[in-house]
Design a protein around this ligand. Structure first.
Ligand SMILES: [Zn+2]
Length: 142
């Protein structure tokens, strides 16, 4: 293999990685938009949210007693659903009004995977978000 082959190889690899990256980003953006575009049923009250959290926590074998869900209280900075750890084994999930079950599943999956326990580096955050999107949209646990 001479330098020409190497540079040809690198060019091809970069092209493939570029297309792969575009495909990947398109897929993940598509999956995360799935809730917004399709008319999934909306959660209309705190009581309904509590019921959904209990059901979905059960699927992930989480103790719903450790999770406080707050209806109509998304993160103030991003106006999006969030989850955070509050005590040793306690969590808060905040969601906007009219959120969907899939969004709740997404936040619960972060608890399930221990994402709230870890230092939030860029790579960790990237992996954690994409795992949670796969679970919320397709039910894939990984
Ligand atoms: Zn997330």
């Amino acid at each position: 293999m001479d330098w020409g082959d190497v540079s040809q190889y690198l060019e091809t690899a970069a092209t493939v990685a570029g297309y792969g990256g575009i495909l990947y980003l398109t897929t993940m953006t598509g999956l995360s938009s799935y809730d917004i575009l399709l008319r999934h049923s909306r959660i209309k009250s705190q009581e309904e949210l509590d019921a959904v959290v209990e059901e979905e926590a059960f699927h992930l074998e989480l103790d719903p007693g450790t999770i406080e869900a707050r209806y109509g209280e998304p993160s103030p900075s991003l106006n999006r659903a969030f989850v955070t750890k509050t005590t040793v084994d306690g969590y808060v999930i905040g969601v906007p009004k009219n959120t969907t079950r899939n969004i709740v599943k997404h936040e619960l999956y972060h608890i399930y995977r221990g994402d709230c326990e870890q230092e939030e580096g860029a790579v960790n955050a990237f992996l954690a978000e994409n795992r949670a999107i796969l679970y919320q949209s397709l039910g894939i646990t990984m």
